[in-house]
Design a protein around this ligand. Structure first.
Ligand code: NAD
Length: 509
């Protein structure tokens, strides 16, 4: 796992790239990587030039023919070994996540574990790639469909799950026989770099998996290079739309997962204590920096709302905020100073817009971490649908309470929102829950489950402006996304029979 990193003049490590199974040093253009709990710059990360990205694409293209023809069972054996190595290095990877993202260690381990589940799923690739066969589709004619890899495919990922979201993509892409170029977030690049070295140690041939660190220049090179056949993106909606529009215009297959504003409905008959505990974890876990975080709780009836707000305030008072390395803490800092300022400005805006700030985390100071990007949990009551704090994704520890008169009104709010990633209903009424799941216009639905993130053998994705494209991430959809169907029809004339030319279209047999 230890590659000798390049050093800057002030002796900070520079994270380069990983191309052809080799660490590539690059100090031409760098941006700082910061520990959000201390506010200190810990290392620098190189921003790949167009030439560097093109060299990664060339490595992936050169590796493709042999990798495509490698039996799926052999590819699966590399995935088994990779999974074993990941588990051996779990603590190291989780520590890197906490160091650069800020989330508490348990949460980092949780994200890591969900990523490894997708490697588990990729181990079953021989079964998943089995084609479809029809004997005697016509007299003496057999027909089958097979699923062929696309070639070089790319992944572009966000800061908030630096280990897991890349693992939504590359294990399945590689297992399907493609070669891969990953462009991780520049805010927390270490975890994916560690995983790249483990793939090499697992026996993955040179060039099958490559990492380029970078920014828009790297992304635009991937979007515009004709050798890249498909792009998976996860990040904010504005960039997701740009990736989808540009990539598809350039003839690529694209799936681009975007932002979210996930609502939970709390019905009057819900187990309020359980619902409130679930809301606490879903709103403030990972400092609200999850695409499946609950950022709006729609309470049906004033009595429900009053009870939820009272219990949330009690639990917020006991929520421990501090460095992610201290296992007693529930919530760490926001990822950067820029993001801290943005989230804090939304809290100020909510007050201006007329919502009631009933828990205010703005004055939080964490002893010994005065320069960290800590914002305490914030709770707004009486939020309305016209407010920007309701309409826009804040991506921080800010929960909005909206009061509704009925389930229908609560569901209408969700359906009218531009995002449709995840949602949840808390109720004891099976009929209400079933109606909700049947009709709500959202991609992932929880019933008394606040974060309904699908397991590895289902697929993950939102509706509306939370996903551009047709196929979800990982699970069965990923086999379809990372392969192209080919259908073959064959006949072997037997017995020396000569056939006459047929000029009409072959009809029903
Ligand atoms: P982001 O959109 O800023 O960045 C995502 C990726 O795009 C990064 O690799 C970044 O370097 C790159 N990028 C940024 N600006 C770019 C530009 N102008 N041109 C080309 N590439 C660019 O997102 P983020 O802040 O890293 O992550 C948070 C966002 O991701 C939130 O909106 C969150 O909801 C979303 N997210 C969505 C899901 C999902 O499954 N729908 C999952 C995780 C995160």
């Amino acid at each position: 796992m230890n590659a000798t990193p390049a050093k800057n003049v002030d002796n900070t490590e520079i994270i380069g790239h990983f191309i052809n199974n080799v660490d590539v040093a690059d100090s031409s253009r760098c941006v700082p990587v910061t520990n959000p709990a201390t506010g200190k710059i810990t290392r620098q990360v190189a921003m790949a030039s167009q030439e560097t990205v093109e060299s990664a694409i060339a490595a992936a293209e050169a590796a493709f023919p042999q990798w495509r023809d490698t039996p799926p069972a052999k590819r699966a054996r590399i995935m088994f070994k990779f999974k074993q190595l990941l588990e051996e290095h779990a603590e190291e990877i989780a520590a890197a996540i906490t160091d650069e993202h800020g989330k508490v260690l348990d949460d980092a381990m949780g994200e890591f574990g969900r990523g490894v589940e997708i490697v588990d799923y990729a181990c079953g690739i021989p079964e998943l790639l089995k084609g479809e066969y029809s004997r005697n589709a016509g007299p003496g004619v057999d027909s089958w469909s097979e699923f062929q890899p696309l070639g070089v495919v790319a992944g572009i990922t966000p800061f908030n799950f630096p280990a897991m979201v890349p693992m939504w993509m590359y294990p399945m892409a590689i297992a399907c026989g493609n070669t891969f170029v990953l462009k991780p977030s520049e805010k927390d690049p270490t975890a994916p770099m560690l995983a790249g070295r483990l793939l090499k140690a697992a026996g993955l041939p040179d060039g099958v998996f490559n990492i380029v660190n970078g920014d828009k220049e790297a992304v635009d090179t991937l979007l515009n290079d004709a050798r890249v056949q498909a792009i998976s993106f996860v990040g904010s909606t504005a960039i997701a739309e740009y990736i989808y529009t540009t990539g598809t215009k350039n003839g690529k297959r694209v799936q681009a997962l975007g932002g979210a504003k996930n609502h939970a409905i709390v019905m009057p008959d819900a187990d309020i204590d359980n619902a409130v505990s679930a809301l606490m974890g879903a709103a403030y876990g990972s400092c609200g920096e999850r695409c499946m975080a609950i950022s709006v709780a729609v309470c049906v009836g004033d009595e429900t709302a009053n009870s939820v707000v009272k219990k949330l305030r009690e639990q917020i008072a006991n929520l421990k905020v501090g460095a992610g390395t201290d296992t007693a803490n529930h919530m760490g800092p926001l990822v950067s100073k820029v993001h801290y300022d943005k989230v804090r400005a939304y809290v100020d805006l909510g007050i201006t817009e007329g919502a009631d700030l009933v828990a205010d985390g703005r004055d939080l100071v964490v002893d010994g971490h005065e320069d960290g990007f800590f914002l305490g949990p914030c709770l707004f009551d009486n939020v309305s649908a016209d407010m920007r704090i309701y309409r826009e994704e804040i991506f921080g520890p800010v929960l909005c309470i909206v009061r509704a008169d009925s389930q229908e009104q609560a569901m209408q709010l969700i359906d009218d929102h531009e995002y449709g990633n995840g949602t949840c209903i808390f109720t004891r009424d099976g009929e209400a829950a079933r109606y909700f799941a049947d009709n709500i216009k959202v991609g992932m639905v929880g019933i008394n489950v606040p974060l309904p993130v699908p397991v590895a053998y289902h697929s993950f994705g939102g509706w509306k402006r939370s996903l551009f494209g047709d196929l979800f991430a990982y699970g069965p959809d990923s086999v379809r996304f990372y392969t192209r169907r080919k259908t073959i029809t064959q006949r072997w004339p037997s017995g020396g029979i000569r056939e006459k030319a047929q000029f009409s279209f072959p009809g029903r047999q």
